[in-house]
Design a protein. Structure first.
Length: 160
């Protein structure tokens, strides 16, 4: 493996991590027309959702989203991913070394628990709603993300 990619087997979650040190990325296919995909980026240290982007499963859009996010928040040192949607990570694999970001792969609770709980909450939020356009869906997801980001700072010490 190259120096900027590593696999972390099941191990205890790191208890203390500063904000913007690591991001966790996960995806969820939505049960709407055209099967849009949501890419959720979560700050591991704060557990705050940084981005929830809707796309039509175009992997290059994911890199553009990360670049915009990094320009706004700064580049993380690590990005945690699982292999569930590996084809989306190919562009990220090319992008991350340019910015000295280590990709951490693993099916461990450490990588999965950070974003999956928020994705389940988002799925519940969207259940039984109908959106005539992807733009309206995206706006509602952004409202959800802003609400979760605001409330996460108040419940930060809850054990996830």
């Amino acid at each position: 493996m190259t120096p900027n990619r590593k696999f972390i087997p099941n191990e205890p979650v790191r208890q203390t991590m500063r904000a913007n040190h690591a991001w966790a990325i996960d995806f969820m296919m939505l049960d709407f027309a055209h099967r849009p995909l949501v890419m959720l980026v979560v700050d591991v240290g704060t557990r705050r959702p940084l981005s929830a982007t809707v796309s039509l499963a175009i992997a290059d859009d994911d890199v553009a989203t990360l670049e915009r996010l990094a320009r706004r928040a700064g580049y993380p040192q690590e990005i945690w991913v699982d292999r569930a949607r590996e084809y989306h990570f190919r562009p990220i694999q090319s992008w991350s070394p340019l910015h000295r970001i280590t990709l951490i792969y693993g099916p461990s609770p450490q990588t999965k628990s950070v974003a999956e709980r928020l994705l389940r909450h988002l799925g519940g939020f969207l259940r039984d709603k109908h959106y005539p356009t992807l733009m309206e869906l995206g706006h509602d997801i952004e409202r959800w993300r802003q609400f979760r980001a605001a409330t996460t700072s108040t419940i930060r010490n809850v054990n996830w």
